[in-house]
Design a protein around this ligand. Structure first.
Ligand code: AMP
Length: 145
């Protein structure tokens, strides 16, 4: 299965935030949308960063309450790893496991067309395995799936 197939069922909505927004605003955004990471927008369309709940937790120990008034730009990861709609789910899951992050923006050329989380990809793998199992069961028992 390829990433564009995951986006078909998940949708292409991507929540973004400005690098100059405060961490307080970021916390509200993550909570309101029930998500774990947001892309940091840039004028050319390519993401200038990504920031996840892990960045907040890590910096909280050093900054304490002051963290809420820091900017997203202070805590984001600037070197964003991306994937393409044509990449296989298996390959992207491998990247997430090796690099130890749970979110990957999907870029078609320079344009952001979605963001997949490890949860989205595990769900698609489970659905795929379930459908293969149903087909095999139907084949063995001689009835259509
Ligand atoms: P996550 O597991 O996605 O919550 O993120 C763990 C760490 O990796 C955080 O520091 C994120 O800023 C960073 N991170 C998450 N996704 C990406 C990505 N696609 N490219 C680069 N860094 C990322």
């Amino acid at each position: 299965m390829q990433i564009f197939e995951v986006l078909k069922s998940k949708g292409s909505d991507v929540i973004t935030i400005d690098a100059g927004a405060s961490v307080r605003e970021l916390v509200s955004l993550l909570a309101d949308h029930k998500i774990g990471a947001v892309l940091v927008a840039s004028s050319d369309g390519r993401p200038s960063g990504i920031v996840s709940e892990r960045d907040i937790v890590r910096r909280l120990r050093e900054e304490g309450e002051r963290l809420l008034d820091c900017t997203v730009g202070d805590i984001m990861t600037s070197d964003v790893v991306v994937c393409a709609p044509s990449d296989s789910v298996f390959h992207v899951l491998q990247t997430m496991t090796e690099r130890r992050f749970r979110h990957l923006p999907v870029l078609d050329g320079q344009r952001v067309v979605g963001l997949v989380s490890i949860g989205d990809l595990v769900k698609s793998r489970i659905d795929e395995l379930q459908s293969e199992r149903d087909q095999l069961t139907a084949y063995i028992s001689g009835s259509p799936a």
